[in-house]
Design a protein around this ligand. Structure first.
Ligand code: ADP
Ligand code: MG
Length: 616
């Protein structure tokens, strides 16, 4: 294959848009040890992208050679590949860029008498000339894709492309607070951040402050932990400053920005009870790991990495973040507070030692409810009649308890007939919501407590299974169809699930590249969540796959239930409680959640008597 053609093909992978050029050029500047990086862009990068650095520079030979494919100064032996510390390593970037643009490189090492200028047009032979001395390197890329019209026409609007460029610079600036960055577009300065400090989290905090409107440096929770396998350090944004998109979540592995849905999920799940569903906190986390345990060579733009122990990394990240958040968002008072007060949200597994005080007191514990009340409001049929048939008589309770509920808490007992529930109280008074998480109601033989989240998950899970079987789930069309970009692997998963997702009521289609367009979602999805729920389901599916080894429709139904159910912390009206109970008892297995945990706990009159030490 002629070299120019090979480069053009490689360019298709490495250089997708102006921002990819910016990324590669800045990486080279950083690898060269620059302490200032100056980016000049014209016409959102389609006319000019120029990156100037004050790094080590090149001698004339290297300057000529660096455009050859696989010309890298960073990897010499196969062993080097196992311990990559630089950002570049494939020697592909400059060769690729120069095959799809007109490139001019000027470079000199500090103290050289003269510099070198190399010009190369769309993969032609380079023209090398001496140039004025300088300290560092400047690469100008003009008329990107001028010789690949298809790709040029594929570019999005200038605002979008410029947005990508800025995102790219911000990510690199965040990871390199010791380097000053400047970006200019069509003569306007868009970013100018001086050196924020050499190393350490304080430098990162200052850099974050320099760049973003949110997050005063003292509002961040610091994370710094280390095991023999992995070191994690970084900043966690306050749960009070969440946003609606994932845009401000930064994960770096050995200094390289990566998108890793699974690990992002680990961080988010540690925030789980602190932030409302469908909102995302800021975080910037730097993972350092022996390069032998991580493969950075799985993605053309090096945006994805693979760990040899992904589950281990997930677990550690979640625990470390949970612990840090636990220390930040609970005062010493709360820690010693009465263990029985507040919600027990099982925060222990995230490293919160004391689950007792989390619900009421944690900031965000009282998160605004995004649950669409309309959807549960219409009770179907006579709930109290059904409830009495099901519970008062204790019949199906016994059947179910014997068959399914190992705790046998629900078994009816001999006292069932001895205490008559009061007939004179209204339905409303019979239902009571405790701590916005449990529904309490009286039954003939005592009291039942329904876990609203588990109950709703059971309802949605069975609905999903039916929809998957019938191939017909109700769909609501979105007013504004949404495109979501997935990682390559998530996209593959999504494609696999597509027929089933359609059965559930998702109107989804691949949309070119790694994005899909969502036009409709199942009718049960909560209002406000329509746009984010699909990513959530894919994340959840992956997690169930890895953690519980669930597959296919079972996994999908459970993921949908988990992602769309009302959560603990959601206040319900009486009508909603009624409707939930009604729907729960229409299920084939109302007493257990989809994962096997109980939905209902019963406290019998007998047990109450025993507890109060009464003989009658
Ligand atoms: P890679 O970064 O994978 O090595 P590139 O094609 O990006 O491949 O760059 C090729 C080589 O050119 C690098 O290995 C480096 O030696 C040299 N180089 C590129 N940009 C710079 C720069 N800004 N300063 C110094 N050397 C550079
Ligand atoms: Mg490079």
């Amino acid at each position: 294959m002629p070299m120019a053609l090979a480069n053009k093909i490689a360019a298709g992978e490495v250089v997708q848009r102006p921002a990819s050029v910016v990324k590669e050029l800045i990486e080279n500047a950083l690898d060269a040890g620059a302490s200032t990086v100056h980016v000049v862009v014209r016409k959102a990068g389609s006319e000019l992208i120029q990156v100037t650095d004050d790094g080590c520079g090149m001698n004339p030979d290297d300057a000529e050679r660096c455009f050859q494919r696989h010309a890298t100064s960073k990897i010499r032996t196969a062993r080097d590949l196992e311990r990559i510390h630089t950002l570049g390593f494939r020697g592909e970037a400059l060769a690729s860029v120069s095959s799809v643009a007109q490139v001019e490189l000027k470079t000199a090492r500090r103290g050289d008498d003269a510099g070198t200028r190399v010009r190369i047009d769309g993969g032609d032979e380079p023209i090398v000339e001496p140039a004025a001395p300088m300290a560092g390197t400047s690469v100008a890329v003009r008329n990107l894709f001028y010789n690949v019209p298809a790709r040029r026409s594929f570019l999005k609007s200038p605002q979008t492309e410029l947005g990508h460029i800025l995102d790219t610079v911000q990510v690199m600036a965040l990871a390199n607070p010791g380097v000053a960055f400047r970006v200019e577009h069509d003569g306007h300065e868009l970013l100018d951040v001086p050196v924020a400090g050499q190393r350490g989290l304080e430098a990162v905090a200052r850099r974050t402050e320099q760049m973003f409107s949110f997050g005063a440096a003292d509002g961040f929770t610091r994370v710094e932990e280390k095991t023999s396998y992995l070191a994690v350090r970084g900043l966690l944004g306050s749960p009070d400053e969440v946003r609606k998109t994932r845009g401000y979540q930064y994960l770096f592995v050995n200094g390289r920005h990566v998108s890793h849905r699974y690990l992002e999920h680990a961080v988010l799940s540690a925030y789980e009870y602190l932030v409302p569903d469908g909102t995302y906190p800021f975080f910037a986390l730097f993972l350092d790991i022996d390069p032998r345990h991580v493969d950075v060579n799985v993605h053309p733009q090096k945006a994805e990495v693979k760990f040899d122990d992904e589950r281990g990394v997930y677990g550690m990240l979640k625990a470390v973040v949970g612990r840090a958040l636990g220390m930040s968002y609970r005062t010493p008072d709360e820690k010693s507070a009465d263990q029985s007060a507040g919600l027990n949200l099982d925060l222990g597994r995230f490293g919160f030692e004391d689950p007792g005080s989390s619900g009421e007191n944690a900031p965000g514990g009282k998160a605004p409810s995004r649950f669409d009340r309309g959807r549960l409001r219409e009770p179907r049929g006579d709930w109290s009649g059904r409830l009495s048939r099901t519970l008062y008589e204790g019949e199906s309770l016994e059947r179910d308890a014997a068959g399914e509920d190992p705790s046998s808490l629900l078994a009816s007992d001999a006292t069932a007939d001895r205490v008559e529930p009061r007939e004179d109280i209204s339905e409303e008074e019979l239902l009571w919501q405790l701590h916005d998480a449990w529904i309490l109601t009286q039954i003939r033989s005592g009291l039942i407590i329904i876990d609203q989240q588990a109950a709703h998950e059971r309802v949605l899970y069975e609905k999903a299974l039916h929809a998957l079987e019938d191939g017909f789930g109700l769909s609501q069309q979105l007013l504004f169809p949404r495109t979501i970009e997935f990682t390559a692997s998530d996209l593959e998963l999504l494609k696999e699930l597509l027929p089933d997702l359609r059965s559930l009521g998702f109107d989804v289609e691949p949309f070119g590249g790694r994005s899909v367009v969502v036009r409709g979602v199942p009718a049960d999805i909560r209002a406000g969540d329509e746009r984010s729920v699909l990513d959530g389901i894919v994340d959840q599916y992956r997690e169930f796959e890895r953690v519980e080894r669930l597959e296919g429709r079972e996994n999908l139904a459970r993921s949908v239930a988990r992602k769309s159910a009302i959560k603990a912390g959601t206040r319900l009206t009486h009508a909603e409680m009624r409707s939930l109970i009604d729907q729960l008892f229409q299920c084939s297995r109302p007493y257990v959640g989809p994962g096997g945990k109980p939905t209902i706990v019963k406290l019998s009159v007998d047990e109450l008597r025993r507890r109060f030490d009464r003989k009658r």
